[in-house]
Design a protein around this ligand. Sequence first.
Ligand SMILES: [Zn+2]
Length: 379
Amino acid sequence: MKSLLKWLRPREAAMARLVGQFARAESPSLDKAAVDRFGRLVAAEWRRRGAQVALLRQRQRGDHVRAEWNPSGRRAQGQILVLGHLDTVYGLGTLARMPFRISRGRAFGPGVFDMKGGLVIALFAIDALAEAKLTPGKRIVFLWTSDEEIGSETSRAVIEREAQRSSAVLVLEPAAGPLGLVKTGRKGVGEIELIATGRAAHAGLNPEDGVNAIQEIALQIARISQWNQPRRGITVNAGVIEGGTRTNVIPEHARVVVDLRAERAEDMRALERKFRELRPILRGAKLQIRGGFNRPPMERPAAAKLYARARALAKEMGVKLGEAYVGGGSDGNFTAAVGVPTLDGLGAVGEGAHSPQENIRIGALPERAALVAGLLATL
Ligand SMILES: [Zn+2]
């Protein structure tokens, strides 16, 4: 580990430069052409390192990039999957307001933390392994997807398929907190929409003929809000609400979109069931329920062994590595749920994901790359 880190340390500036190149290639999830441009840039870096690269073509979303690195050739036994995403939450043109810049040892810019820094870490991990002539015994598949920030609709099946062929999954999502904790548990995440239909009427002339859809939705929100159990890790948040046309009209339509989170798969299923069983409260109102859990929880046992290995490798470098449980979901939720050991948050150390202050600590890049390299060489 020490020699990997020793080789990587002087490459800190080169790593930051590549993060800059990546950040300048904007890649908002919803813009296929932009994500594809960035994907080609990433693909070229992998080809230069001798990986076999395939673009998994998508019609609406950006193409996913699959890079297979297999230095042992036919002797390779088994597979490790390294996961990350190409897309960011920042729209085209964000760069004009939020240019890539380096200041006081930190690199700022759209997506540097979530998660272009992680993509750079993977590339340099491979460089360090090649330089040290450490040949992993397994085939390593790097899968860089195009739609993580919008729910991974087009990538989920390929993520699960590659995970099922693998004995471990490493996810290069941002680390947690200033100490760079890895993520050993994540809540399951879902979205449910309640749509109420009432009956329109004049609010002054014949209010008795109306059924107020907004009132129906409000009553439902009051009911579902009681399902929050923060101590058990269950949260229900009415996040978007819509309805009505004019103040003098009894509204016929209203809807609410609710964010759901749960720590345990059983709680997730129970919560979904409760939503399905909701019935209208006002007489004459209709209620429709759509959606549900999208990402199952990533429960800690799936990560415990990998975490112990990562911790031991970090210790060899003189770094203390901690773990965190987080409420946010990632593609690691999918791989853990199909039963494959998954360690998440191995990417960059930074802060301000999805905000104008998004930045990473440049000094941590070599350490993280050494850690990923160490894992790939020993798993
Ligand atoms: Zn991310």
